[in-house]
Design a protein around this ligand. Structure first.
Ligand SMILES: Cc1cc2nc3c(=O)[nH]c(=O)nc-3n(C[C@H](O)[C@H](O)[C@H](O)COP(=O)(O)OP(=O)(O)OC[C@H]3O[C@@H](n4cnc5c(N)ncnc54)[C@H](O)[C@@H]3O)c2cc1C
Length: 176
């Protein structure tokens, strides 16, 4: 199947959290031009406190780092081998936490922010995408997480016909 991405067009990533920052980093590494649209600090969420990219809003733990016996640890290791920005920043600012990968959240966010802002293929626009992305954006990743702004959430619910959106917290049932 032919790829749907228009290669000459930038990739617009809405949300500069963990997912958006990693997506931007990986796309930029392949030579793609990326624009991250991050609404903070112009518009804050109910949980974020800073304007830093990849701000951890709750736990500072990425859970187990045991790649031999734990699925999350294995995912960490796979990300390391893919030169993940998020895992590299986590490793750089790791705190003692037994077998878990826990981080200094401020230093972690600062490292991710600096790497993204200094990457020649990535631009960061500090504004809310207040509704569905414009049709002229050929390549879009929505990475706005559980605190997606109300205007964008309303656009998605209208488009999909859903009456609510749900955030699936993959770690909710297992904190090992
Ligand atoms: C209260 C709370 C507690 C949590 N506790 C944990 C926990 O203990 N452990 C855990 O693993 N996960 C926890 N989570 C989930 C945590 O948010 C995710 O693990 C992680 O942050 C999700 O990353 P993300 O990139 O998807 O979203 P985020 O890191 O939230 O990034 C999304 C970004 O999109 C931006 N944004 C939103 N809407 C727009 C818009 N319309 N235009 C432009 N920018 C926009 C936001 O400002 C934000 O920077 C918690 C979430 C909440 C809300």
């Amino acid at each position: 199947m032919a790829p749907r991405m228009a290669n000459s067009e930038p990739i617009h990533i809405i949300g500069g959290g963990l997912a958006g920052s990693e997506a931007a980093w990986q796309a930029a590494r392949t030579g793609a031009k990326v624009i991250i649209h991050e609404m903070r600090p112009q518009r804050m969420t109910d949980a974020h406190l800073t304007e830093g990219l990849a701000e951890l809003v709750c736990s500072n733990s990425f859970r187990s780092d045991d790649h031999e016996h734990n699925a999350v640890g294995l995912l960490h290791e796979e990300m390391r081998r893919c030169d993940s920005l998020i895992i590299a920043a986590a490793d750089k600012h790791a705190l003692p936490a037994g077998g878990a990968l826990a981080v200094d959240r401020d230093a972690f966010s600062a490292t991710v922010t600096r790497a993204i802002e200094q990457h020649p293929n990535i631009a960061v626009e500090r504004s809310e995408v207040a509704g569905l992305p414009p049709l002229e954006w050929s390549n879009v990743i929505i990475a706005t997480g559980p605190l997606t702004s109300p205007a964008l959430a309303a656009g998605i619910t209208d488009l999909t016909g859903e009456d609510a959106l749900a955030f699936f917290d993959a770690i909710g049932s297992d904190y090992s």
